[in-house]
Ligand binder design. Structure first.
Ligand code: PMP
Length: 295
């Protein structure tokens, strides 16, 4: 979020949709005794806006509702209501190329692990955040370092939920990587298999075949699914399988996918180097075309 980094997110101008109302950005506040803050009963989405439209809006809305259900709460709005509010908010804030952050959390009625009486709050914020389609800059690639923290087993947390609780180890891992001069962290899962980046999925390429981990304990990203479909349309073979860290030296290219990351090549993981090349280039082009055509 480089362009926006200088202004803190609670001090911007515009409107935020909060519990059914469009409120002034700076007055969209919560109380310090909020269940979502203390007990992480909070789910959210990250959506990208291209030419005034959210890409894959229904998929994101469905995931928001599913995430809430997995945390044992129900959003007090219809999907259509939230989608209409998003569209109105984009118009209100004049966002054509940007990012949308819907978030839902338990309020303050109970501060204990039990939260049966807590009101469910929902907010939607959005801000200008153009995508950088400059393929040359993108093709330089990012660097990643294997994290010490691991994605927990499915029995330890509802991994299909895009829940704020899951991001504690992501932030710790990202900081560790940044402290060591890398852009992002590659997270392994509890078995020691390659899982994903801190907020994106990962793909590897060998001899024009794509290999990506099975999303059995981490988010099966909407971008991941889109890119798999695009790759298959381009006649690439895509294999979802267990990938071991010992294999990291075997691949030619590597990239990550996510709503924010889009398709971002990786040039290094730990001591292994990759050369972002034709496969990355073709998939960046295909993804750029898909988002602009909203296909
Ligand atoms: N994994 C994690 C942990 C993420 O935060 C994200 C971003 N939402 C992804 C994967 C990619 O998901 P999507 O493509 O749906 O943005």
């Amino acid at each position: 979020m480089s362009e926006a980094k200088t202004i803190p997110f609670d001090q911007r101008e515009g409107k935020i949709w909060l519990d059914g109302q469009f409120v002034e950005w700076k007055s969209a506040k919560i109380h310090v005794l909020t269940h979502g803050l203390h007990y992480a009963s909070c789910v959210y989405e990250g959506e990208r806006v291209y030419r005034g439209q959210v890409f894959k809006l229904h998929a994101h809305t469905d995931r928001l509702f599913r995430s809430a259900e997995l945390l044992d709460f129900v959003l007090p709005y219809a999907k259509e209501q939230l989608e209409a509010a998003t569209q109105q908010l984009l118009a209100e804030n004049k966002i054509t190329e940007g990012y949308v952050r819907p978030v839902a959390w338990r309020g303050s009625e109970m501060i204990s692990t039990s939260a049966r009486n807590n009101r469910i709050h929902v907010a939607i914020a959005c801000w200008q955040w153009p995508s950088y389609f400059d393929p040359a800059a993108r093709m330089a690639g990012i660097t990643m370092q294997t994290a010490l923290w691991r994605r927990p087993p499915p029995s330890a947390s509802p991994f299909e939920a895009k829940a704020s609780a899951h991001y504690m180890i992501a932030t710790l891992s990202k900081h560790q990587s940044e402290n060591n001069g890398f852009h992002d962290a590659l997270m392994l899962d509890w078995r020691g298999y390659v899982a994903e980046a801190t907020s994106a999925n990962v793909f590897f390429i060998k001899d024009r075949v794509l290999h990506t981990p099975v999303p059995d304990c981490f988010l099966n990203g909407i971008t991941r699914q889109t890119v798999i479909a695009l790759a298959r349309q381009l006649s690439y073979e895509v294999i979802e399988r267990t990938i071991l860290p010992q294999e990291l030296g075997d691949f030619d290219e590597c990239f990550i996918t996510g709503t924010a990351a889009e398709v971002t090549p990786v040039r290094q993981i730990d001591d292994y180097h990759y050369k972002p090349a034709q496969v990355c280039q073709e998939l960046i082009a295909a993804y750029s075309a898909a988002v602009l055509n909203q296909t």
